[in-house]
Design a protein around this ligand. Structure first.
Ligand SMILES: Cc1ncc(COP(=O)(O)O)c(C=O)c1O
Length: 500
């Protein structure tokens, strides 16, 4: 874009009104009287003004990373911090938390939103509010971040892992049916990557058995269900993460969204030590409060979340164009986002490719080679929650798709800091890796020692051999016992006959 064109565009009131105001409704810089050019200070507005709708590229020497936080409307946030410090209302359900809860409930179209310290504790509190018996079994996918399983455990419940569908990365009713037992009492499912899974089928299956469903919607703020409603209102609760890496972030934080007044009330008191009134502790609790600065940043980011989502969508589309133009899809990689690039229900909060065998290198070798080129792509959920030490004792049957996904998906950088040129840089790096695949083919797989499970297999084999030997010995003892028993009966018989 030429300088003259940029000045013309930036100073055009028509552009400001059509592009900035609707997307940044509530933005302080959009308030009447404050417009005079100040709006350019907002990253979102600046981004919308860029010719291709994406931000300026990162300097070539800067690595491109997954999960680089969105930091938007810094000026507004600093104003909020000044207010928080001057009022000394730092935490304990202050005005920013109250405003955040109201604004998020209104945006999502749900009755209640409870702000909490992070998504993990939000999930735990939602599960605790179900009042299930300790040790009750909960079906959940292994293909999720470990926080989902920790939350189930921390709520005193037993995780039972199920597989996910290859196309949706969400569990199907058939998968739940295979893992269910007579101790199953609830289901937790995760809407991954900014896309909602098939909640209607899952809930129909669970409802028929009387099981409540709680959603880990950590990735799904702004995503919509099949019926067009925002994630947040399904199941007994949907829990969002506001972690720094998320599309909507507040440094750390979480939101429990629900239409269930009883569940909301329970989460509200549990997050505050179980207090019911001034002096009464009604039940067990913890400290899961969100502080005022955290809430203030979430509110600032919420005000421009529609613009943020449109940037993620543009980045996802730019990846699709570049991957296809350079001939990487469909044969060398599969682009998970591709089938729904035009679907307004997906936020494309994550950009995912699967490395196909035709690439000539496995995912870990590709990841390592990309890193050499300044692209820090990530493997997610590797090696699988069901293979992590704290969950080795949990049932985990038939997780074939989970294992395959854990071994070949690669998450690429996205977000409001990723420009069109950055996307080209990532895809060019992928092509370069493919062109030099012979240099990397011999590289050992990236398997940290703690993820090596071969010693478990060896220990299980030893136990199996010992159990077989004991079974043989037990059979011998049974036979000896039976022989002695027979002898003794003979002696008793003879003695009895002598006495008669
Ligand atoms: C799928 C999933 N669930 C749960 C969480 C936990 O959220 P938090 O980091 O806010 O505790 C995350 C966070 O990254 C996540 O990706």
């Amino acid at each position: 874009m030429s300088a003259a064109r940029a000045i013309e565009l930036f100073s055009s009131p028509a552009f400001y009104i059509s592009c900035c105001l609707p997307r940044c409704a509530g933005h302080p810089l959009a308030a009447p009287g404050l417009q005079g050019g100040l709006w350019l200070a907002c990253t979102i507005c600046r981004t919308m003004a860029a010719e291709n709708g994406l931000p300026p590229p990162a300097p070539p020497e800067e690595p491109l990373v997954v999960g680089r936080p969105n930091v938007l409307d810094v000026e507004g946030f600093l104003k909020d911090i000044t207010e928080i410090l001057s009022t000394r209302l730092l935490t304990n359900h202050g005005p920013f938390v109250v405003r955040l809860e109201r604004a998020a409930a209104e945006y999502l179209g749900v009755a209640y939103v409870v702000a909490v310290a992070n998504g993990t504790i939000g999930l735990e509190l939602a599960l605790r509010a179900l009042d299930l018996a300790p040790g009750a079994e909960v079906l959940l996918p292994s293909f999720t971040f470990v926080a989902t399983a920790h939350a189930v455990r921390n709520a005193g419940l037993k995780p039972v892992f199920v597989d996910v569908d290859e196309a949706t990365h969400f569990p199907t009713p058939e998968m739940l049916a295979r893992a269910a037992t007579n101790k199953t009492r609830a289901v937790v499912a995760a809407h991954l990557w900014g896309r909602a899974g098939d909640a209607a089928s899952l809930e129909a299956f669970a409802a028929a058995r009387g099981w409540p469903v709680v959603y880990d919607s950590a990735h799904a703020f702004g995503a919509r269900h099949a019926d067009g409603a925002f994630c947040g209102g399904r199941g007994r609760a949907e829990v969002f993460s506001l972690h720094a890496t998320k599309l909507l972030n507040s440094f750390e934080g979480g939101l429990v969204a629900t239409n269930d007044a009883t569940l909301a009330a329970r989460v509200i008191s549990t997050r505050n030590f179980g207090f019911a009134g001034q002096d009464t502790i009604a039940h067990g609790g913890t400290n899961a409060k969100l502080s005022e600065p955290h809430a203030a940043l979430a509110l600032r980011h919420l005000r421009c979340v529609d613009a943020t989502i449109s940037i993620y969508r543009r980045v996802a589309r730019a990846y699709g164009d570049a991957l296809r133009r350079r001939g990487l899809i469909p044969n060398l990689v599969t682009y998970w986002n591709e089938p729904r690039l035009d679907d307004e229900r997906d936020t494309h909060a994550y950009v995912i490719v699967r490395v196909r065998p035709a690439f000539g290198l496995n995912r870990d070798a590709v990841m390592r080679a990309l890193r050499d080129r300044g692209v820090h792509a990530k493997r997610y959920f590797f090696p699988g929650v069901h293979k992590q030490r704290p969950f080795l004792d949990c049932p985990a049957l038939d997780l074939e798709t989970t294992d395959a996904l854990n071994s070949d998906i690669l998450i690429l950088p996205t977000g409001t800091v990723v420009s069109a040129a950055d996307v080209e840089r990532v895809v060019a790096a992928l092509c370069d890796v493919r062109d030099h695949r012979r240099d990397y083919a011999a590289a050992p797989p990236l398997a940290p020692r703690e993820f090596d499970t071969s010693h478990y297999a060896a220990a299980l084999r030893t136990i199996g051999t010992e159990r077989d030997a004991l079974r043989v010995r037990l059979a011998e003892l049974d036979r000896a016992e039976a022989a002695l028993e027979k002898d003794r009966a003979g002696v008793v018989d003879r003695a009895t006959s002598l006495c008669l």
